[in-house]
Design a protein around this ligand. Structure first.
Ligand code: PMV
Length: 332
């Protein structure tokens, strides 16, 4: 049997990092998807191939007469770990393990902070389950996906796996034994531009770094987390009422607090400032930080901001927001 499943990427509008400590976050699925193709096998072998996992960052340095080429390929290998774990945990959940060929393709760069790891895990779970003769609902897929992220990353909130499973816009908050998810009915399309600069650190390391600081300076860092939570609560109202200028202001505030947590970088701060200076209502890093993506909320078409961000050397992406969650594209 052959199955093609897909799951969308995401951007975190507000509340990354603080979500790990029980505060709410607002997140939206984007119309860039990861595709998992599963083909069942007669034997017990699991074969994984990852093609076209867009790897954007290439740095060419001249050291004396030597030319050194570095890429973000380091981000590709971890993606494979999510596929392996997704098959292992889905087999366990279904109580049956079958041989399968899995092939992954992505319409967005992996490891950039757009939730590709979760989309890889979630689309693999959906495709593998069907190839294995079962079909899982979105809630089940989201739950297995979260376990995959936790096992591969160590610490992970259910944010990415929830949004890529369910799609749309979500407010998400979780505690020791609860996950609260609320769908947000955002009426108007948000004029967002996504800019990407090379990633200097992985999500896992950024989350661990924040945890260390929180343990070392609990009084200071827990207050920063609390402030992020307050920004998120205000932002939800402005998102629902479509107040772009307030949303922009709150994005700026959220970015400053993320910078205070230590997860921004000079390049990210520069890109945020370039977007603001060229007319954006507001801009912030999105995702774990340490490089990766910035989102800018722009007036109307936002060409000036887009050009300024490109000139600054970032890769720029425009995409529709509120995409559908995981789905089976076809079976043969
Ligand atoms: O960079 P991403 O897309 O993996 O986002 C990480 C978001 C964090 O809040 C930093 C971690 C988490 O698990 O929620």
């Amino acid at each position: 049997m052959k199955v093609l499943a897909s799951a969308p990427g995401k951007v975190t509008l507000f509340g990354e990092h603080a979500v790990v400590y029980g505060y709410p976050a607002l997140v939206v699925a984007i119309e860039r998807r990861v595709y998992a193709f599963a083909e069942s096998r007669e034997d017990n072998v699991i074969k994984i191939s990852a093609k076209d996992l867009r790897v954007p960052g290439i740095v060419i340095s001249y050291i004396g007469s030597e030319v050194v080429l570095e890429t973000d390929y380091g981000m590709v290998l971890p993606a494979i770990a999510y596929i392996n774990k997704a098959i292992e945990l889905t087999s366990k959940y279904l109580g049956s393990r079958k041989g399968v060929n899995i092939e992954i393709k992505s319409e967005m760069p992996v490891g950039a902070g757009l939730g590709t790891s979760a989309a890889v895990a979630i689309s693999t779970i959906a495709a593998y389950a069907v190839a294995n003769g079962h079909s899982l609902d979105k809630e089940e897929i989201a739950r297995i996906g979260w376990e995959v992220e936790k096992e591969v990353q160590g610490i992970a909130s259910p944010m990415d796996t929830s949004i890529t499973s369910l799609g749309g816009y979500l407010r998400i908050k979780y505690g020791k034994s609860t996950v609260e998810r609320a769908r947000l009915n955002v009426g108007t399309e948000l004029p967002l531009i996504i800019g990407y600069v090379e990633r200097e650190a992985k999500t896992k390391d950024m989350v661990a770094m924040v945890r260390e600081r929180l343990e070392r300076y609990p009084d200071i860092y827990s207050d920063i987390m609390k402030l992020i939570g307050q920004v998120v609560s205000r932002a939800e109202g402005s998102l629902l009422s479509g107040d772009l200028s307030e949303l922009g202001f709150l994005m700026n505030l959220n970015h400053s607090l993320l910078d205070a947590l230590g997860v921004s970088t000079r390049r990210l701060n520069e890109l945020v400032n370039v977007a603001r200076d060229s007319g954006a209502y507001g801009a912030k890093l999105t995702g774990a930080g340490g490089g990766g993506c910035v989102i800018a909320l722009v007036p109307e078409k936002g060409e000036v901001v887009e050009t300024a961000m490109r000139l600054h050397g970032s890769m720029v992406m425009r995409t529709k927001l509120g995409a559908e969650g995981v789905r089976i594209e076809r079976t043969e």
